[in-house]
Design a protein around this ligand. Sequence first.
Ligand code: AMP
Ligand code: GLY
Length: 450
Amino acid sequence: MKVLVIGSGGREHALAWKIAQSPKLQCVYVAPGNGGTALDPKMQNVALSEVQDLKHWALEHAIDLTVVGPEGPLAQGVVDVFRDAGLRIVGPTQAAAQLESSKAFSKAFMKRHKIPTAAFETFSDAALAHAHVESLGVPIVVKADGLAAGKGVVVAHSLAQAHAAIDHMLSPDAHVVMAPGAEARVVIEAFLEGEEASFMVLCHGLSALPLATSQDHKRLLDGDLGPNTGGMGAYSPAGVVTPAVHARVMREIIAPTLKGMMDEGMPFTGFLYAGLMIGPQGELHTLEFNTRLGDPETQPMMMRLKSDWFEVLWAASAAPNVPHTLEHFPSLGMGHSEVMQSAHPLDDIELVWDRRVSLGVVMAAHGYPQQVRVGDVVANLPLGSDTTQVFHAATRREAEHWVTTGGRVLCVCALGENVAKASQLAYELVKTIQFEGEQHRTDIGWRAKH
Ligand code: AMP
Ligand code: GLY
């Protein structure tokens, strides 16, 4: 089997690494990939990233299955384009990807389907938005509508901060990726207190296979201080998602979301990621949806997965098991969504996870997340072992060494009996790796250790 993974980050390195372990695999191609995927055995980089180029390349190379890492190509409709060409792919259609690509869509969807989320209003008029925050006061949360690479949210603790965020997000300087022709909008929502967790499921229509839970650390600095980033480290499982919370998330968030998407004619396929806020009294809210796996959560999560990941993704990309009598559904006038409601191969899968904790520490470049410096030489990269793995995110192989090419450079992962042990092992490795201007948090997993 030949698999194509689209993307270039640590999430994609970890996905490709796990897929490549399947005995069925001949090669995992990563487009465009990074300095880690360039050298791994059974992996090969492909220097392409445009959707049409990827489709032609996949057809030419008889790719059996494609897996999409980041949100960008999903919002551009890569899944629709591949499916139309008869290619098998894991991910949501462009319409379904709106759950992530538009905060205004996703918040309105949650409201329509009574999925618990923070109270909110959406504005395109700056004056009305300013007046709204004046009337509500702080703390308050301002979110850009559209894809902003993890930088479209400001949790404002002063009115000045909230006003500045509104002006910035409604201006062209915000660099937010929106649907063509869409006007700039901001979502202003109530501030929620509690502990966050990442809850990811692999879906097809109404079928949902939950993955291991995890917790990300979005702020740049220790103690959850400093600016928001794409994520500075993560561990799995997240203890805050108790079995009772898990059952509630499936019932109150995942099931109504899949049903709602189906009812609205956008059956969801691929990874659905609910960012949860779990309040001190067990209140459960959805902070956001992503329509892909989390980065860096995927890196420690893949370390814990014992099942054949290729087989799981293969099943996820299958057509539903249409009941025998309905095999010729078009002649029975059965619509797409009715077919999507029938049994699916995903329903037969039970994932096996290592019971140990996995923890990943992101090593970021000088200036991240604002003014990222690239081109620093990365020294002393260790080899992986049974309990440790260094996933590359923004590196490039140059002559005999690796150099940095972006903000989050590496994710150093380790398995251990508990959070403290996994953390100790990961940080021992972090200490050995060097590059100029390197930054990392020293407290990944702190909420679980205390
Ligand atoms: P988002 O991209 O929507 O997940 O937001 C990024 C981060 O901002 C989240 O991980 C939270 O830490 C924080 N955040 C977002 N929405 C809220 C909210 N309503 N209340 C408190 N914090 C929030
Ligand atoms: N780590 C958060 C995200 O992938 O959106």
